[in-house]
Design a protein around this ligand. Structure first.
Ligand SMILES: NC(=O)c1ccc[n+]([C@@H]2O[C@H](COP(=O)([O-])OP(=O)(O)OC[C@H]3O[C@@H](n4cnc5c(N)ncnc54)[C@H](O)[C@@H]3O)[C@@H](O)[C@H]2O)c1
Length: 311
């Protein structure tokens, strides 16, 4: 298998390391020539400064796009049009219409299009997903997410909802195995150009609810969620990957075997290309997350709930 990577910045350097370890990386591309050269040389693969140069000289099966959100749609379109399997970092596109277009091209060309909703591959989420699916502690009724950290200063094109809350939106859809039909949000900005704090409420069937709280203001990195079930509250930490189950006065702590979610996510895309696995995030699910993020921004601007009818 031959894989290329576009974008080798703060997050992309992790993909480069893993793809090289897995022995599938053949070329990198970054418009910043220092970066493309640095990673090309570090991992002994070809390097390019433009997508056109990469497309005209490399032979490959799939590509990772790890560039800023506003650039995803154009790069993905070019790759899908030449029938490459594509993994795009989250959120898949800035606008949901751009995402819908990518879905159509991927379907037409019969290639895989997926998006980096990495928390599905986090053992802390996986263990809760299994408990919910087996109804180990009854029915899942409510989800509460907290994701707080000072803003990563290099993110210049989107606010916290598109950059950060989208992880929890996708995790909520995944754990409920459903799409919300109503979104209500309040967001504001204290220090940044775009919104830097947000509270989002997602309403699902049967009155089930997810509440997502994100901020780029407070200094401590915190990423946790609670799954309120009819017989217990399950609390999980995305960072430590520890899960606690509270039932009456009985508290059980589960320390999952710590694993790197990015490695599991990348492996699952490579397996999908080889036809071994169909568990990748579906492109339409990623488009839906963008639609929910758009609805959250609109709800916050207008002060009203936004009703959705998602596929
Ligand atoms: N899944 C996660 O947990 C997670 C974490 C961080 C970032 N991300 C996502 O990864 C993506 C990149 O984020 P980052 O933090 O690495 O950003 P970054 O700014 O650190 O890196 C982006 C890189 O892309 C390059 N680039 C920009 N436009 C390009 C183009 N047209 N062609 C080729 N290269 C181009 C830049 O030179 C830079 O090196 C974003 O979509 C972000 O949302 C995901």
């Amino acid at each position: 298998m031959r894989i290329v990577q576009i974008g080798t910045g703060g997050w992309g350097k992790n993909h480069t390391r893993i793809l090289s370890q897995l022995g599938v990386l053949v070329a990198v591309c970054d418009t910043d020539s220092k970066k493309s050269e640095e990673y090309g040389e570090k991992y002994s693969v070809n390097h390019h400064e433009t997508l056109d140069s990469l497309l005209s000289s490399e032979d490959f099966d799939g590509a990772f796009i790890v560039t800023p959100t506003s650039t995803h749609a154009k790069i993905a379109e070019k790759l899908l049009e030449v029938k490459k399997h594509v993994f795009v970092e989250k959120p898949m596109t800035y606008k949901s219409e751009e995402g819908e277009k990518l879905v159509r091209i991927a379907e037409k060309n019969n290639v895989i299009l997926t998006c980096g909703y990495i928390e599905r591959f986090n053992p802390a989420v996986d263990v809760v997903k299994k408990m919910v699916k087996e109804k180990k502690f009854g029915d899942l009724v409510m989800l509460e997410f907290h994701r707080e950290n000072r803003m990563p200063l290099h993110i210049k094109d989107v606010g916290i909802i598109y950059d950060t809350s989208v992880h929890d939106i996708d995790t909520a859809n995944w754990l409920f195995d459903d799409m919300p039909h109503v979104v209500f949000a309040r967001a504001g900005k204290i220090k940044h150009e775009y919104e830097d704090f947000a509270s989002i409420m997602l309403g699902y069937n049967d009155d089930r609810v997810a509440i997502i709280s994100s901020n780029w203001i407070t200094p401590k990195k915190l990423r946790k969620f609670n799954a309120v079930c009819t017989d217990a509250i399950i609390s999980s930490d995305f960072i430590t990957q520890e899960t606690i189950v509270e039932k009456d006065d009985e508290t059980q702590t589960l320390q999952n075997e710590k694993q790197e979610p990015l490695l599991l996510e990348i492996q699952s895309f490579l397996d999908a290309i080889e036809g071994k696995n169909k568990q990748v995030v579906k492109a339409q699910e990623a488009v839906n997350v963008t639609k929910i993020a758009e609805a959250a921004l609109l709800s916050s601007q207008k002060g009203i709930p936004i009703y959705l009818d998602l596929k």
